[in-house]
Design a protein around this ligand. Structure first.
Ligand SMILES: *Cc1c(COP(=O)(O)O)cnc(C)c1O
Length: 334
């Protein structure tokens, strides 16, 4: 096991404050622009891939195998990063997440541009994804390849170290006075969307390690609270086995109230919120992850779970290609 990194993140990513957003959300929102970690590969997955692909290179992998939803940001970031490193990429993508999207839009267009091989699978097959990836790796090995398997979302202990590092980056930004006056202190909470749990695990460990925030709020966009508490707990344990100095953990709150009708599907109220945020602040959220997370944060403030006016760091984890694949769902709101 190697914990080296391959440089992929264009960092440190900026932290910005748009006062108009404070009014919409109800607390003091600072946005960590991890939607700007790179070019077409941007988003939170690049931070995990710095560690995961370093291990793939160390093991002299010839092909990376991973999985995700049809419009997976993780699959797209992996496809592009693999192309930049000269490694082949095979993507198992669950079909049928986004109704009405064209076949060559958003992330899928970028996957194909990067030359990744797309292997479509059904939602039923996706449920058994870990075994499916394992079997694919065995087949590739028999064919003379050296496969490296990355789990859904890049979410294992090694990938989570990317968000421990992100919290180190935030600590330095706090120390430099880039998140308001230093006298304002650290953040009350770090808030972000949660889809496979690796970001939450890294944030919970890193926020405690570097004194960034007391609470880590993970807004589920699928599954439920019990599932994510279990999954994040497992990833936290894996990360600690790689770096035993990660003993403390911020209070983890998994909030599944804003996940909407289904993964990648939103309510009209959530879509209107995304429109209001864009018009008030120039910050573009996506309907699959970040839009639901900030909507969830506003509701957490409204019901008093996050104190009104608290200083909150919102991780903008990216997802723009997913929005561009769902333009049709915004008809009538623009
Ligand atoms: C994957 C993703 C997330 C969720 O991160 P996980 O580590 O998978 O929980 C949040 N936002 C965006 C835009 C993503 O692509």
């Amino acid at each position: 096991m190697s914990t080296k990194r391959v440089p992929l993140v264009h960092g440190p990513t900026p932290i910005v404050h748009r006062p108009a957003l404070d009014e919409l959300v109800g607390c003091e929102v600072w946005i960590k622009r991890d939607d700007a970690t790179g070019g077409a590969e941007a988003g939170n997955k690049i931070r995990k891939l710095e560690f995961l692909l370093a291990e793939a290179l160390y093991e002299k992998a010839t092909v990376v195998v991973t999985c995700g939803g049809t419009q997976s940001n993780h699959a797209r970031a992996t496809a592009l990063a693999c192309a930049s490193l000269g490694i082949k990429c095979a993507l198992y993508l669950r079909q049928g997440d986004v109704e009405g999207a064209g076949p060559l839009t958003g992330n899928v267009l970028l996957d194909r541009l990067a030359g990744a091989e797309i292997r479509p699978i059904t939602p039923a097959e996706y449920k058994d994804r870990a075994r499916l990836l394992q079997r694919a790796a065995e087949e590739l090995s028999r064919a003379g390849e050296r496969p490296y398997v990355i789990p859904e979302g890049g979410s294992n202990g090694l990938g989570a170290l990317g968000y421990v590092e992100a919290m180190r980056e935030v600590r330095a930004q706090l120390d430099m006075g880039l998140c308001g006056p230093k006298s304002a202190g650290a953040f009350h909470a770090v808030a972000h969307a949660c889809g496979s749990g690796g970001t939450a695990a890294g944030v919970a460990l890193g926020a405690a390690r570097f004194g960034v925030a007391k609470e880590a709020w993970a807004f589920a966009v699928c599954d439920d609270r019990a599932y994510f508490e279990r999954t994040i707990g497992r990833i936290v344990a894996e990360a600690r086995s790689l770096d035993p100095s990660l003993d403390a953990q911020a209070t983890l709150v998994v909030d599944d109230r804003a996940k909407g009708p289904a993964y990648a599907a939103t309510t009209e109220e959530q879509r209107s919120f995304i429109v209001r945020v864009a018009r008030a602040s120039g910050i573009v959220l996506d309907p699959v992850y970040t839009g639901k997370a900030m909507f969830g944060l506003a509701h957490a403030v409204a019901r008093g779970a996050v104190p009104r006016g608290a200083r909150v760091l919102f991780l903008h984890t990216g997802g723009l290609p997913g929005l561009l694949a769902q333009g049709h769902t915004f008809e009538g709101l623009l």
